[in-house]
Design a protein around this ligand. Structure first.
Ligand code: BYC
Length: 315
C-alpha cells in the first residue's frame, strides 16, 4: 500500500472514532505531535508538584495537610501514566526527561509562578485544576487509545483536586477580613496565568488545525478558554470575591462572557524560560533527578539479580 493510501485509511479510522493503538500504522507527524503533547503534559504534572509541595509542611491543619499530600501524590501518578502512554510511541522515559532537563521540552507555563500564601493552594485547585479539567475531559476522547484511557482516571482525580481548592477558598472567604484579603489576592495573581494555560489564540496556534483533524484535540484553545471563563465567572459569585478583569461582562448575544485583553507578551516570556520561577523549577527537577541516580541504579541491579536467579533455576 502506498503512503497516501495508508494515510487515507488512517484518517478514515479517525473519522469513524476508531481508536489508534500503538502498533497501528500512523503518519510520522501524528506520532511526533502526540509525543510532543503527551510528554509536555507529563512534565507539567511532575513540575506541577513543586509549587504545591511548597505548602505541605505549612498547611494550616492535619486535614488540609493530608488532602494536599494526596493531591501532590496524584500528580506524580498522572505524570507516570502519561510517560508510559508516550513510551508506547517509541520514545524512552530517559529521552523525555533529558529533553525536560536540557530545556528543549516545554511544560505548562502556569507552574512558573510562585505560591506566596496558603490561599494560593486554594486558587491553584480551583483555577489551575479547573482549567486542567476543562482541557482534559475532551482528551478522554482523544484519538490515541493509551492517552485517552490514561485521561479517564486523571480526570476523576482532578475533579477532587478542583473541589478541594474551591473549598479552601470558600472557607477563607467566610473567614475574617485578613483571610478574605488573602483569598482575593491569590485569585488576582492566579487568574490571568490560568486563562493563558489554554495556549495561544487560535489564529496564533500552529498545531490546532491539524490536531483537530486528527481528533487529538476536540476543541480549540479559544473554545476551551471561553468555557473556562464562563464557568469561573459564575462560580466566583459563590465566593463573594471578584475576578480581576474590569471587562468581564455577560454578552447576551454571544451567550458568553466577554473578557479583557490577555497579556500574550507575558505568556511567551514565561513559555520561553523567563517567568518568575522557571529557573527554580528546572533546577529542582535536575537536582531531584541527580539525587535519585542511586535509586535507579539499585532498581536495575535488583532486576538483573532477579533475572540471573530465574535463569539459574531454569537451568
Ligand atoms: N505552557 O499550537 P499550540 C496539569 C506551546 S495541567 C507552555 O496551541 P498545542 C496540572 C505548545 O506546546 C497542564 N507551552 O499547541 C494541573 C506549542 O509549542 P511547541 C498540562 C504552551 O499542543 C494541576 C506552542 O505553545 N496540560 O498538568 O496544539 C496540577 C504553540 O501552541 C502552553 C496539558 O499539557 C502553555 N500553557 O496546544 C498539576 C494538556 N500552551 O510544542 C498538574 C495537554 C501552548 O510546538 N496539552 N504551549 O514547541 C494540550 O492540550 C495542548 O498541548 C495545549 C497546547 C492546549 C496545552
Amino acid at each position: 500500500m502506498s503512503v497516501h493510501e495508508l494515510e487515507t485509511l488512517f484518517q478514515d479510522k479517525v473519522d469513524k472514532e476508531i481508536k489508534i493503538e500503538p502498533k497501528d500504522w500512523m503518519p510520522e507527524k501524528y506520532r511526533k505531535t502526540l509525543i510532543r503533547q503527551i510528554s509536555q503534559h507529563a512534565h507539567s504534572e511532575i513540575v506541577g508538584m513543586l509549587p504545591e509541595g511548597n505548602w505541605i509542611t505549612r498547611a494550616p491543619s492535619l486535614k488540609r495537610k493530608a488532602a494536599l499530600l494526596a493531591k501532590v501524590q496524584d500528580e506524580a501518578g498522572h505524570g507516570l501514566y502519561l510517560y508510559s502512554a508516550a513510551e508506547t510511541l517509541g520514545i524512552s522515559r530517559e529521552e523525555m526527561l533529558e529533553q525536560l532537563h536540557n530545556g528543549t521540552a516545554k511544560y505548562s507555563s502556569i507552574f512558573n509562578y510562585p505560591t506566596l500564601a496558603w490561599a494560593d493552594i486554594g486558587a491553584i485547585g480551583w483555577l489551575v485544576d479547573g482549567a486542567a479539567i476543562m482541557n482534559q475531559v475532551p482528551l478522554c476522547r482523544t484519538s490515541f487509545g493509551p492517552y485517552a484511557r490514561a485521561m479517564v482516571r486523571v480526570c476523576k482525580e482532578e475533579s477532587f483536586h478542583q473541589r478541594q481548592g474551591f473549598e479552601i477558598l470558600l472557607t477563607l472567604s467566610k473567614g475574617n477580613e485578613a483571610q478574605q484579603r488573602m483569598a482575593q489576592d491569590a485569585i488576582n495573581r492566579w487568574w490571568w496565568p490560568s486563562v493563558m494555560m489554554f495556549g495561544p489564540k487560535d489564529d496564533e496556534s500552529p498545531n490546532t488545525l491539524q490536531s483537530m483533524k486528527w481528533k487529538i484535540k476536540r476543541f480549540t484553545n479559544d473554545e476551551l478558554r471561553q468555557k473556562f471563563i464562563d464557568v469561573c465567572a459564575e462560580q466566583v459569585k459563590f465566593l463573594g470575591l471578584m475576578l480581576p478583569d474590569a471587562d468581564l461582562k455577560w454578552n447576551e448575544e454571544r451567550g458568553h462572557y466577554d473578557f479583557g485583553k490577555i497579556n500574550w507578551d507575558e505568556f511567551w516570556q514565561v513559555v520561553n524560560g523567563n517567568g518568575p520561577c522557571n529557573k527554580q523549577r528546572l533546577d529542582a527537577r535536575r537536582k531531584a533527578h541527580d539525587e535519585g541516580e542511586w535509586v535507579r541504579q539499585a532498581a536495575v541491579a535488583y532486576a538483573e539479580k532477579k533475572k540471573m536467579k530465574a535463569t539459574m533455576v531454569a537451568a
